[in-house]
Design a protein around this ligand. Structure first.
Ligand code: 13P
Length: 306
């Protein structure tokens, strides 16, 4: 048996010598570990333990530099009561806010980016540019980008994995439209959006505190219609279960899931009182500092903070 093995090894060595170039082939290298890069300087400082409530403003295409500065000054005058606060501003306002900001724990976020490091992508911004402008968070998969700008699941998934790899805090949006809710398809839509969106996210996963989801039923965005607290809790606990399937229960328990869709200072307390609703992604009601601060205060109170 060992003779046969020695003979085969001899033949293989001989063959390698006879085939030009083959003997010099290097053994296959293992891929370098592709874990997340260190977070950009603007990324939120992570606090561990019980889920820290988070309220994020999505200014959409609103504000100019003067109103943005005034908003920031006014907001910094309010106690945010331990609620992590993110302002997702138009790109051109990020450096304005970064220069005016006095409180480093006020996180700046962007509303969009293109998932390539640099190149011929007219009109687009890379994550490095956004980090350079002071952003540490970014909204991905918002229904306005999906419907008005044709962003499909594949692009949305690529954005999520790129943002995670670059150390950003993504705020990943999902939600059903009115026809889908009326057809009883809400959970199917949420599941599909999650499966597709998370498909590019491979281990090692980021810290769960850096991954944020937002359930935004499209029928509630900018319409004045809000999901009831029960509807929002039901959808968000469904989202958390799907996250547990992708990651683990222990991981999913640490991921923040927000509600978005006509959230305001009147409905925030009831919604935030639900156990799985960790805060809000706020459109219209985030344009005035006083209203936005009131949403933060209601959230803190419902979550028993400080
Ligand atoms: P509104 O709060 O204006 O309904 O917008 C919600 C939203 O789209 C936040 O991303």
């Amino acid at each position: 048996m060992s003779d046969l093995r020695t003979h085969i090894e001899q033949l293989v060595r001989q063959a390698l010598q006879e085939l030009p170039g083959l003997s010099s082939l290097e053994p296959a290298r293992s891929e370098p570990p592709s874990g997340p890069l260190p977070a950009p300087p603007g990324a939120p400082v992570l606090r561990f333990g019980k889920r820290v409530p988070l309220v994020a403003a999505n200014w959409k295409m609103n504000q100019l530099s003067a109103s943005a500065r005034a908003f920031l000054t006014a907001l910094e005058g309010h106690d945010r009561l331990g609620v992590q606060t993110v302002i997702c501003a138009p790109h051109v306002l990020l450096p304005v806010l970064a220069a005016a900001r006095r409180q480093a724990d006020l996180v700046l976020g962007a509303q969009n980016f293109y998932p390539e490091p640099a190149g011929a992508f007219t009109g687009e911004h890379s994550l490095d540019m956004l980090a350079d402008a002071g952003a540490g968070a970014v909204i991905i998969g918002h229904s306005e980008r999906r419907t008005l700008f044709g962003e499909a699941d594949a692009l949305v998934a690529r954005k999520l994995s790129t943002a995670v790899a670059r150390g950003f805090m993504p705020i990943f949006c999902i939600g059903e439209n009115l026809a889908e809710r009326q057809a009883g398809a809400t959970f199917r839509v949420l599941r599909n959006q999650l499966v597709a969106g998370l498909s590019g996210l491979l281990p090692p996963f980021p810290e769960p505190e850096r991954l944020v989801f937002a359930y935004e039923p499209i029928w509630a965005i900018g319409t004045g219609l809000t999901a009831t607290a029960e509807q929002a809790q039901e959808a968000i606990s469904f989202v958390r279960e799907r996250l547990a399937e992708k990651f683990s229960y222990a991981y999913a328990e640490k991921v923040r899931v927000l509600y978005g869709g006509s959230a305001n200072e009147k409905n925030a307390a009831e919604l935030a009182a639900k156990p799985d609703i960790d805060g809000f992604l706020v459109g219209n009601a985030s344009l005035q500092a006083a209203t936005f601060a009131a949403i933060i205060a209601r959230t803190a109170a419902s979550k028993g903070r400080p």
